[in-house]
Design a protein. Structure first.
Length: 174
């Protein structure tokens, strides 16, 4: 599973445009994002590369656990419905290691656990000078989907939580 760091940057780029009420057709938005990405220094791109690597590591760890479980003869060959459900409902929260982002990540985790008790949430702290929190949904095929991303410092507002609920619901409903 290779996550393209540019796609993470592109999502953030679209968010910045939306935040400033700038509308732009999709092809032009992608061209502008690509141009800005190419002009960024390696140091600026590192954040996105690091997050993508962490996603890949999480996927590989899950894959190893899955292989170990399959090799274990004591395990039943068929997964129970509960196990299948927990595989369907996995999320990962990536956040910067600072107080604001950590509290946002905790809040997101609490909200998700309030909504759905049968989900698994993994949190990863990333060291950096930027403030960002991202929520990824991990699909059955072990593909990661960016569900929600914020660069806002401070507590998460009610309208953001409503948006989060809608996006998670959309992700969980095939």
């Amino acid at each position: 599973m290779n996550i393209d760091p540019f796609n993470l940057f592109y999502e953030e780029f679209k968010y910045k445009l939306k935040k400033h009420n700038i509308t732009c057709p999709h092809p032009e938005t992608q061209q502008l994002a690509r141009k800005e990405w190419e002009q960024m220094s390696e140091m600026e791109q590192f954040r996105f590369v690091y997050i993508a690597k962490r996603q890949d590591e999480a996927y590989l760890n899950f894959k190893k656990k899955n292989e170990i479980n399959q090799q274990n003869t004591n395990q039943p060959t068929k997964m129970s419905k509960q196990d299948q459900k927990s595989l369907k409902h996995q999320f990962q929260i990536n956040y910067c290691k600072n107080e604001n982002c950590e509290s946002q990540a905790e809040r997101i985790e609490e909200e998700l656990l309030k909504m759905y008790q049968d989900i698994t949430i993994n949190r990863y702290a990333i060291i950096g000078n930027f403030g960002a929190v991202s929520l990824f949904g991990i699909q059955e095929k072990r593909q990661s989907v960016l569900i929600w991303h914020t660069l806002i410092d401070g507590p998460i507002k009610k309208y953001q939580l409503k948006d989060l609920h809608q996006k998670v619901q959309k992700f969980l409903t095939p």
